[in-house]
Design a protein around this ligand. Structure first.
Ligand code: NAD
Length: 288
């Protein structure tokens, strides 16, 4: 489809963005479905976020994705927030609904969807999750909103623990039926005990990502059972040490690349009201 006077614009803002796969993924999907949109990427520094969003509002763009470092600043520029974005405290997708900018966060629901695609349903399950940073918070809030029964969060006392405490408070007040507790990641006995009692373990820390790719938070691989699902948010490398160890023990695994793909697919649906051709996008842009 050629760009015309009717073409609606979408874009990504953040920095750096030149290596982002989003323009290729979205533009391929628009062409495939015959949708009259075009997607660009703009390098925007954190302090430029407000001005950039004002410009996008003026241009009546249909919407935009936000990546680091603009995610928090973008929240304040929205006229309305989805429940998930409000509780997570960050937006990664903004949709222009007839002049009103509605902020969403599709990271957490993208993770939930990546689990569902592989046959694991979070509703009614117990999850142990390590981490209290950006990715962890998005997954924890989305899982609570999607009906996780019980969640045990482990974070390092020195880093991000306060963030974990805030997440626990928000879940307890917004989703009181979800049982949620926060523990010190240094308490290994408790860590393995909670994993032993869970349906899914999720690593939502940087451990396993290059240059920590020879590390896994689970050193005692005896905790892996065949009916434990093991998920990792890290996607660089695709097969982390955690996932390799879990697979060797016969566990079903959910790789981090699925979250990346499905957060994009959720944004695509919000922009266009249609389903992204996920399978083709996966094969074309997400396979190594
Ligand atoms: P962040 O900086 O907000 O949080 C990092 C978390 O990792 C914190 O809880 C921190 O305490 C913990 N951590 C770091 N080093 C640790 C260590 N040595 N031991 C224990 N905990 C440690 O980062 P983020 O944005 O949440 O990203 C975390 C990871 O998730 C990164 O690898 C990132 O690439 C990945 N990620 C993946 C997706 C996806 O779509 N799959 C989306 C966002 C982030």
């Amino acid at each position: 489809m050629e760009i015309s006077g009717h073409t609606q614009m979408l874009c990504l803002i953040g920095s750096p963005v030149e290596h982002s796969g989003s323009p290729a993924m979205y533009n391929y999907s628009f062409r495939k479905l015959g949708l009259d949109y075009a997607y660009m990427a703009f390098d925007i520094r954190e302090e430029e976020t407000r001005e950039a969003i004002q410009a996008l509002r003026l241009l009546h763009v249909r919407g935009f994705n936000i990546t680091m470092p603009c995610k928090m600043a973008a929240l304040e520029c929205c006229d309305e927030l989805s429940q998930a974005a409000r509780l997570i405290g960050a937006v990664n997708t903004v949709v222009n609904e007839h002049g009103r900018l509605v902020g969403h966060n599709t990271d957490g629901i993208g993770w939930v969807q990546s689990c569902r695609e592989l046959g694991f349903e979070i509703r009614g399950a117990k999850m142990t999750i390590a981490g209290a940073g950006g990715a962890a918070t998005a997954i924890q809030i989305a899982s609570a909103l999607e009906g996780v029964r019980e969640m045990s969060i482990f974070a390092r006392k020195a880093n991000f623990f306060g963030n974990g405490e805030a997440t626990v408070e928000k879940i307890r007040s917004s989703v009181p039926e979800c049982v949620v507790n926060l523990y010190d990641l240094a308490d290994k006995d408790r860590f393995y005990e909670e994993i032993g009692d869970s349906d899914i373990f999720t690593n939502a820390t940087r451990v396993g990502m290059k240059p920590m790719d020879d590390q896994s938070l689970i050193e005692d691989t005896g905790v892996f059972r065949k009916d434990l699902v093991v998920s990792d948010v890290v996607y660089n490398p695709r097969l982390t040490k955690l996932l390799a160890d879990a697979q060797a023990a016969g566990c079903k695994t959910v790789p981090g690349i699925g979250m990346l793909l499905w957060q994009g697919a959720e944004a695509f649906r919000l922009y266009t009201g249609q389903e992204m051709p996920v399978q083709e996008v996966m094969e074309r842009y997400f396979m190594e």
